[in-house]
Design a protein around this ligand. Structure first.
Ligand SMILES: *Cc1c(COP(=O)(O)O)cnc(C)c1O
Length: 391
């Protein structure tokens, strides 16, 4: 054998080594399997596996690392199927592409995550999908907007930036009676503060980028369902569009999952302290935090959620955009950046925001609370309010 191998060139021996460590190894951490190519036991095996569901066939369609994460997200959400995609936005796109066709009608709340709105307006429209936007507080009134060709209803609760809570059970009941699937962008809950399927959603979408990954260093999304027919459509579209995820990113999310509940609890309590302090300030008109009565749909939050997360918005009284800008730029612990769910506190304002009104949108700052000491965050806000007010 050694003689046979000695006849091979160095290049061949480097690519086809004979030396292998024992694979009898059982670590607590999930191994990172990097793969495009998956090997088969001959051609017949390759053909057999290609026709069966669930076998490993190609890195794009799953590795043990990505499947472990998909199964854990399904378990977290009490779903039967879960697909992973490269971002939360890719998860939204996967649902649109799997369920809509030319001539479809799509319903999206005004409060939806901005890129979800843009995808519908600027992309799905090019393929003959008509989108209608609805009041996030519509509840069972959604029934009167459902048409023969309604293919999908998006919900997101609380909404992005303006935090409107939606009556997902009422919307889902109206949709169910007309046979229309409801997708819930459940990123805020993380799958921990509520259960999308108990609320009546047929599909739950998460930006795992936020609390699951938890450290602002990786992007990923998930699409979960309990419905086999929907799962088939989603999986076919997932494969067609080549939506693979990196096993290294999966490992980061897997690591994040084990501390997610603790991070969320600490963040929840800090965010409540900071929000409470802001509420007490004369400069503040409204605190849009689901646990506060100022938040549209607060009663729904009390009914449907087990707690709150670390992202909320503040509307300042009588300020204008330039004062808002001075405030945000005066913050030193809060940093300016998009996204949320990590360990660092962030602030963002949106000059084009037209909710709750075009005027009030100019006085709104969204905060993401991280894991810093809440007293330091409050002191940072106090100095920035003073700086903004003094000028
Ligand atoms: C962040 C976010 C997304 C998108 O997630 P990415 O991974 O950043 O693409 C989708 N929906 C909501 C509600 C979000 O907050």
């Amino acid at each position: 054998m050694a003689e046979e191998r000695a006849k091979l060139g160095a290049a061949t021996r480097l690519i086809h080594p004979d030396a292998h460590a024992s694979r009898d190894f059982n670590s607590l951490a999930v191994p990172i399997y990097r793969a495009s190519t998956v090997l088969f036991d001959g051609l017949a095996d390759a053909h057999d596996k290609a026709s069966l569901k669930g076998d490993y066939t190609y890195g794009l369609h799953g590795t043990p690392t990505s499947r472990e994460l998909a199964l854990r997200i399904a378990e977290l959400e009490q779903a039967d199927y879960c697909l992973l995609v490269p971002s939360g936005l890719a998860a939204i796109a996967l649902v649109d592409l799997a369920l809509c066709r030319a001539g479809s009608h799509l319903l999206i709340p005004h409060s939806a995550y901005g890129p979800n709105v843009r995808l519908a307006r600027e992309f799905m429209s090019r393929f003959g999908v008509e989108t209608e936007f609805y009041d996030p507080l519509i509840g069972s009134g959604i029934g009167s907007m459902i048409r023969e060709n309604t293919a999908l209803i998006w919900t997101e609760s609380p909404g992005s930036v303006t935090m409107e809570l939606q009556d997902v059970p009422a919307i889902a009941a109206a949709a169910r009676s007309r046979g229309v699937p409801v997708a819930l962008d459940n990123t805020y809950s993380g799958g921990v503060l509520n259960n999308a399927f108990e609320l009546g959603a047929n599909i739950s979408v998460q930006a795992l980028t936020k609390y699951q990954a938890g450290h602002s260093d990786c992007l990923m999304g998930s699409v979960a369902t309990r419905d086999e027919a929907l799962a088939d459509k989603l999986e076919a579209t997932h494969q067609t569009f080549g939506q693979g995820v990196s096993p290294d990113d999966c490992a980061l999310v897997l690591r994040g999952l084990s501390t997610m509940r603790l991070r969320m609890s600490a963040i929840e309590s800090s965010a409540l302290k900071v929000a409470q302090w802001l509420k007490s300030r004369p400069e503040v008109e409204r605190v849009l935090h689901p646990a506060f009565p100022d938040c549209p749909g607060h009663e729904i939050w009390k009914r449907d959620f087990k707690g709150s997360a670390g992202v909320f918005s503040v509307i300042f009284r009588d300020w204008d955009w330039s004062r808002l800008e001075r405030f945000v730029d005066a913050l030193t612990i809060f940093q300016v950046g998009y996204s949320w769910g990590g360990v660092a506190s962030l602030a963002m304002a949106y000059p084009a925001l037209t909710r709750p009104s075009p005027e009030a949108g100019q006085r709104l700052v969204r905060l993401n609370i991280g894991l810093e000491d809440p007293e330091d965050l409050i002191a940072d806000l106090a100095v920035a309010i003073e700086t903004a007010s003094a000028a």
